[in-house]
Write a protein that binds this ligand. Structure first.
Ligand code: DLL
Length: 433
């Protein structure tokens, strides 16, 4: 049975959703015009005033915001409310330049937590469940967001945060956790550790997992589902828009429903900025129509995906986004060829390797090199060099046909590659160091 946190919103007619979007967008543009001089200037440069935006059909006229704008406006330049009305900040895990700092009023937090509650109920959660939140708590939005959603659903919430994997497993067992929330790479690590402890899926009380914050493939989903004996649901979001819960998977698992009563989604051509028709692959752009403290209009996420408004048998009517197929800024250019790390992962996982790998790019004598270190599973592990060489060549052939360029594969012993408790670091580009 499909469960909803706010059925009248999640299953509203398309006409109703459009009506909400039209009304809220008009109000939000006025709010931004009145309170965010940085964006008002951008509108003025395009000769726009709020009167030009009469409904969501006019959205395309508005200027984009990019991560560069967020950096330039750091820290207070995009705020829509005075600081005294704000109760929280969260921040991205960004490794380069200034971090993004997002502000929230109590109302913003309330709506964000509603979005997370929708995701938890879509994964089958009720007030009978015990929800272990193993996303990091702190500036990262994963822990606080799912924690708030879990409270709203009425789950008994275990705020373990990430790390201390054996203690995580102890709590799952002793407190009978039924829902696990963490990054997919941490879920895989927890599963691996359980296996090493001799635990089989039927000895683990978990029934569902809500995993996101990083890209993960269908193959990885199958692996996690099998080791933990659960159904694994994807959840998407970004700090700039609130955090987790911008979109989430339902029982159909055919894309993530975007909470369209709060966010209007568009897909654009990342080069020309032109809005693309439904179904086309491009960069995801969001307009937050209910946020007060940090109201971003037409924010370019850099995530590449497609949108679908085909009816979903779960009963939800909100548009679905595909799993992001990598970020436009994730793309590596190696010897002039565009390579997405997700393509490499697909080759490895299809060949039966675990998602424990690292991609190392370097430049030797002005030629780019691509090395992929891949862990063998304990079952594959051997010291027979002939066997290892054969396996390496098979993977190298697979990568060559996927990427169109050659890569060197080095198979390493189980447990060689550092495990992640949050977002996994899969790429080391030494050309930039
Ligand atoms: O990762 C928020 C979040 C926390 C989402 C917990 C889901 C669960 P940021 O640190 O700002 O926020 O990173 C946002 O992470 O633009 C995507 O590139 C990526 N991302 C987030 N969720 C997914 C997902 C959080 N399900 C950036 N699949 C986004 C693929 C994802 N990529």
């Amino acid at each position: 049975m499909e469960r909803y946190y706010q059925p009248e919103i999640e299953c509203a007619s398309r006409e109703q959703i459009k009506a909400w979007q039209d009304e809220r967008l008009v109000k939000q543009v006025q709010h931004v015009w009145d309170n965010v001089p940085y964006y008002r200037k951008k509108m003025e440069e395009k000769g726009l005033t709020p009167a030009d935006i009469k409904s969501s059909d006019d959205l395309y006229k508005l200027p984009f915001l990019t991560k560069d704008d967020l950096r330039q406006a750091y820290p207070y330049g995009l705020m829509g409310k005075p600081l005294k009305d704000c109760v929280r900040i969260q921040s991205t895990s960004g490794t380069t330049g200034k971090r993004v700092v997002a502000f929230y009023t109590q109302h913003d937090i309330d709506l964000w937590e509603d979005c997370c509650a929708r995701a938890i109920m879509a994964a089958g959660g009720t007030d009978e469940d015990v929800c272990q939140v193993s996303y990091g708590y702190g500036l990262f939005t994963g822990g606080p967001g799912l924690n708030g959603g879990s409270h709203k659903v009425g789950c008994l919430t275990i705020p373990t945060s990430s790390g201390n994997t054996e203690r995580q497993i102890m709590f799952i067992q002793d407190l009978s956790a039924t829902i696990l929330c963490c990054t997919p790479s941490y879920a895989a690590y927890i599963g691996e550790t359980m296996k090493e402890m001799g635990l089989t899926p039927d000895q683990i009380p978990l029934k569902a997992g809500i995993f996101g914050a990083e890209a993960w493939s269908e193959e990885m989903r199958q692996d996690i589902q099998n080791t933990l004996g659960i159904k694994a649901y994807d959840i998407y979001g970004l700090t700039e828009l609130s955090g987790p819960g911008v979109s989430f998977e339902c029982s159909e698992q055919t894309g993530m429903h975007i909470n369209e009563d709060h966010f209007i989604a568009e897909i654009i051509d990342p080069v020309t900025g032109e809005v693309l028709p439904e179904g086309a692959k491009g960069e995801l752009v969001f307009t937050s129509i209910t946020k007060e403290a940090f109201p971003l209009l037409r924010y370019r996420t850099r995530d590449i995906c497609t949108l679908s408004r085909k009816p979903c048998s779960c009963g939800r009517t909100h548009v679905r986004m595909s799993k992001p197929m990598g970020r436009s800024d994730d793309m590596l250019i190696i010897r002039g060829v565009n390579v997405f790390p997700s393509q490499i992962e697909a080759v490895l996982l299809n060949a039966g390797y675990p998602a424990n790998y690292q991609i190392i790019i370097d430049r030797v004598k002005s030629t780019d090199t691509l090395d992929v270190q891949v862990e063998m599973t304990p079952e594959m592990f051997t010291d027979n060099m002939g066997e290892i060489k054969k396996r390496q060549s098979e993977l190298e052939a697979g990568l060559r046909s996927m990427l169109g360029i050659s890569a060197r594969v080095v198979l390493v012993a189980p447990k060689t590659i550092t495990r992640s408790e949050g977002k996994a670091v899969r790429v080391i580009d030494k050309r930039k160091i």
